[in-house]
Design a binder for this molecule. Structure first.
Ligand SMILES: [Zn+2]
Length: 394
């Protein structure tokens, strides 16, 4: 009898496991991303408006349980981390709320869970763990206006989702996949979600942009001002969807033209900081441009000789928001550089203001993406996974 009962229990157990597996594979697994929301912090302000657990990062052991946390200061402490009055002798914790979103970090509300890690330099790193589409929901508002036509918002949702997945695949060995600044995509958490951007995300659920069945870095920028840029001119990326093309759609973009005056002294300091050897600058001359009009060769003559750099490098060194694009004219007069340029951003991939005007002309998201990323195709995430469930990536 006991033997038979044992057998029956094993059989029942197997049935439960098999049913469970069917359930898991049948449901579309939601991708998760890890976003650094505070880096090199000496102090973080944290509130949790609901029940939560604090778990040890390495063992998942519960260190503390609470019903509510009101404006706690989180700081690095001797041999660990301090969270309010709690002195935890551990290098990393996971704050797992029972419900989401209830976490407030430095005044912003976040979905999902948060990991706080004390780094070797005695600063804190906070990483938000959440579902991919919840992350995209906190990104879109910073990239485009929620008032834009829905098809433009849908196009933006698909490229932001694709870009995030691509980054996540690149950074699997790191503590996080993405940062919350322009270096990845600006992310503001739940606080940045808006009804229409979230609608665009729901309407494109699971959709990514692919080339030959693989996710690629779907770069985008504010305004190309006539022609998008070939990614291979800036980075070691040589892909047909990122080769650049003419764009007549963004002519009425508010960022079509720009002007800036920068003192030569500022340029000298910025270039030195970026490890270019310049003394006192005597002349700056544009030598060459590519088909898109962006400067490919800028010659700077100084007391330490001549250096040559691309408009892209020059822009990054001086400041990407001071020099808005690499498509500019430049004149030096009385210790100042007078720049007049076109567009905003690196120019690769989708021109956001072009997408806006395309959607106003009646083009849908698929047509917009087809225009800015030639030969690329929209696919479901599930369609581009390999046998191990990993997403195929360039
Ligand atoms: Zn454009």
């Amino acid at each position: 009898m006991p033997l038979n009962l044992g057998k029956a229990l094993i059989c029942l157990g197997l049935v439960v496991i098999v049913l469970g597996l069917i359930f898991i594979s049948g449901a579309e697994a939601e991708e998760l991303v890890r976003v650094a929301i505070a880096t090199d912090a000496h102090e973080i302000r944290l509130s949790i408006r609901g029940p939560y657990q604090i778990l040890a990062l390495n063992t998942n052991e519960e260190l503390h349980k609470g019903r509510y946390l009101w404006r706690a200061k989180v700081s690095p402490a001797e041999g660990g981390i301090k969270i309010g009055k709690l002195d935890l002798k551990i290098y990393g914790v996971r704050i797992q709320p029972k419900k989401s979103p209830v976490i407030y970090l430095n005044g912003r509300k976040f979905r999902g869970a948060i990991e706080i890690i004390r780094r070797e330099n005695n600063t804190l790193l906070a990483v938000n763990h959440l579902e991919l589409d919840d992350y995209i929901a906190g990104v879109l508002y910073h990239e485009v206006s929620p008032r834009w036509p829905l098809e433009a918002l849908k196009a933006q949702a698909i490229v932001a989702r694709t870009y995030a997945l691509y980054q996540a695949r690149l950074n699997t060995d790191k503590d996080y996949d993405l940062v919350s600044t322009v270096a990845s995509q600006v992310y503001g958490g739940r606080t940045s979600e808006r009804g229409r951007t979230s609608k665009a995300i729901r309407r494109t659920r699971g959709e990514v942009l692919t080339y030959k069945g693989k996710v690629f870095p779907t770069f985008y920028h504010a305004t190309c001002a006539g022609h998008t840029e070939d990614a291979s001119a800036l980075w070691k990326i040589n892909l047909p969807p990122l080769k650049g093309r003419e764009c007549q759609f963004c002519q009425r973009s508010p960022h079509f033209k720009w002007k800036k005056k920068v003192s030569i002294k500022n340029i000298e300091e910025a270039l030195e900081k970026a490890n270019f050897k310049v003394g006192t600058i005597e002349a700056i001359k544009i030598i060459d441009r590519d088909v898109s009009g962006r400067v490919t060769d800028l010659e700077i003559t100084s007391t330490r000789g001549k250096i040559s750099l691309s408009g892209y490098r020059f822009r990054l060194a001086v400041g990407p928001n001071i020099i808005r694009s690499a498509n500019f004219d430049l004149q030096v007069k009385r210790k100042k550089a007078y720049l007049e340029g076109l567009g905003w951003g690196h120019g690769v991939g989708m021109c956001q203001w072009g997408a806006f005007f395309m959607s106003r002309k009646g083009f849908n998201a698929e047509q917009i993406l087809g225009y800015y990323y030639p030969e690329a195709k929209i696919k479901k995430i599930e369609e581009i996974k390999d046998d191990q469930g990993k997403i195929n990536t360039f």
